[in-house]
Design a protein. Structure first.
Length: 367
C-alpha cells in the first residue's frame, strides 16, 4: 500500500470549499476552543478573515496558496502559505494543520518537509512564521516537530511524543512560567537554574537519539554475501553514502571484530557495532543475508548494525545499550527485523524505550 504524502493546490470550487471547512474546524477546535475567545468570531467569519485571505490569494504577485495534503486517496491536512518572490524569496506559513485522525507517526513532520520542498520548487529561499502575529494571538511558545529558526520561545519534540518529549514539554512550560513571573529569590535560588537546563538538555538529546534511530531504521537485503567480511562491508555503507565515511566505519567494525566474536547465537546474526564520527546520531539497521552465510557450526541469517556518534556524549550509548537488550529480550523484535517488518520493528523499539527509560514514570491522565 502506497503511503506517500502528496501536496496539491486547492483549485476547483469543491476543493477550495473543502479547504475552508477544514480551516474553520481547525480554528474552532484547536486555536479558539473557547466560544468566548475574543478573536474567534473574526477567524470563523467568512466576511472577515476569509475575505482578507481571498484578496491575498487573488492578487497578481506575492500571493497565498490553499494547499491540501493527501495520502492513500484521502485529504489528511492543509496549509495556507504565501510566497514572496518579489522580496527575498520568503515562504510565509500562515496556517498549517494535520487533521486529528491522521496525527502521529511522523505525519506532521513529513507534511512540513513536503511543504518546504514545494515552496523551494517555486523559488522560496526560507520559511517564516510571523512572531508579531503569534504575540497578537497570545501564544506563549511554539511546540514543533521540526526545528524552527524563529525569534520566539519554541521547543522541538518528536512527532511520536515519547516520554522524553513529555519531560521536555513539562520543563519548557515550567521554565517559561518562571520567566514570565516576577521571581521570588527565596523560592527560586539561582543555583537551581543549571540543574533545570542540564535536565532539559539531557531529555532533548535522549529524544533526538531515539527518534533519529527510529526515523532512520533500515532493513536491507544483501545478495549473495558469501562471507562475514562481505556483511561488514555492506554494514559500513548502510548509513554512510560518502566513501570516506564508509571506509572509516568498516575499519572500526573490523577493529571491533578483533576484540571478540560478534556472532549472537540466539539471534543467528552478527551484532556489528561501534562509535564513530561518521554518524551524527544513533543508527540501527538489519542486513538480510540472501542466502545465509555458513560458518563452521553456525548459520548467519543477517547482521545487526548499531552505530553511535563518537562525540563524547553518553546519551547515545545509553540508547544503543537499550536496543541491544531489547534484541535479546524481545524475540518478536528480531523476528520483525529478520522478516522485513520495519514498522512493527519501530513500534516495538519505541515500546522498549518507554519501558527502559521511563518505567517509573506515568504519562499525564493515567492511573
Amino acid at each position: 500500500m502506497n503511503k506517500t504524502i502528496h501536496i496539491r493546490e486547492a483549485v476547483t470550487p469543491e476543493e477550495v470549499e473543502r479547504f475552508w471547512q477544514e480551516l474553520h474546524a481547525y480554528h474552532a477546535r484547536d486555536i479558539f476552543p473557547d466560544p468566548a475567545e475574543e478573536d474567534r468570531a473574526y477567524f470563523l467569519d467568512d466576511s472577515q478573515y476569509r475575505a482578507a485571505v481571498q484578496r491575498i490569494h487573488d492578487r497578481e504577485g506575492d500571493r497565498c496558496y490553499y494547499l491540501l495534503f493527501r495520502r492513500e486517496g484521502r485529504d489528511i491536512g492543509f496549509a495556507l502559505t504565501a510566497l514572496y518572490p518579489s522580496e527575498d524569496g520568503k515562504c510565509f506559513v500562515m496556517e498549517f494543520c494535520v487533521l486529528p485522525e491522521f496525527r502521529g507517526g511522523g505525519t506532521g513532520t513529513a507534511c512540513a518537509r513536503l511543504l518546504l520542498d514545494w515552496a523551494a520548487d517555486r523559488g522560496a529561499q526560507y520559511g517564516e512564521l510571523n512572531a508579531a502575529d503569534l504575540r497578537r494571538r497570545k501564544i506563549d511558545f511554539i511546540i514543533s516537530t521540526v526545528p524552527l529558526e524563529l525569534d520566539y520561545p519554541a521547543v522541538c519534540i518528536s512527532p511520536s511524543l515519547l516520554e522524553p518529549d513529555r519531560a521536555v514539554l513539562k520543563d519548557a512550560i515550567t521554565q517559561y512560567s518562571q520567566n514570565r513571573a516576577e521571581p521570588e529569590p527565596a523560592v527560586q535560588p539561582v543555583q537551581d537554574a543549571p540543574h533545570a537546563g542540564s535536565k532539559l538538555q539531557y531529555y532533548a538529546r535522549l529524544t533526538r537519539s531515539m527518534t533519529g534511530l527510529l526515523e532512520h531504521l533500515t532493513i536491507q537485503p544483501v545478495k549473495v554475501p558469501g562471507s562475514r567480511a562481505a556483511l561488514i562491508h555492506a554494514a559500513a555503507q548502510l548509513f554512510c553514502p560518502q566513501e570516506a565515511d564508509a571506509r572509516l566505519v568498516e575499519q572500526q567494525l573490523r577493529r571491533r571484530e578483533t576484540l571478540g566474536d560478534t556472532y549472537i547465537k540466539p539471534l543467528y546474526a552478527l551484532l556489528l557495532h561501534c562509535r564513530t564520527s561518521a554518524v551524527k546520531d544513533c543508527r540501527l539497521g538489519y542486513l538480510q543475508a540472501q542466502p545465509p552465510v555458513y560458518e563452521p557450526g553456525r548459520i548467519v541469517l543477517g547482521a545487526l548494525v548499531l552505530l553511535a556518534p563518537d562525540d563524547g556524549n553518553g546519551v547515545p550509548v545509553e540508547v544503543m545499550q537499550n536496543v541491544s537488550g531489547q534484541l535479546i529480550e524481545t524475540p518478536r523484535l528480531m523476528e520483525a527485523l529478520r522478516t522485513g517488518q520495519q514498522q512493527e520493528a519501530a513500534d516495538l523499539l519505541e515500546q522498549g524505550f518507554d519501558r527502559g527509560f521511563f518505567a517509573d514514570c506515568k504519562p499525564p491522565h493515567t492511573k
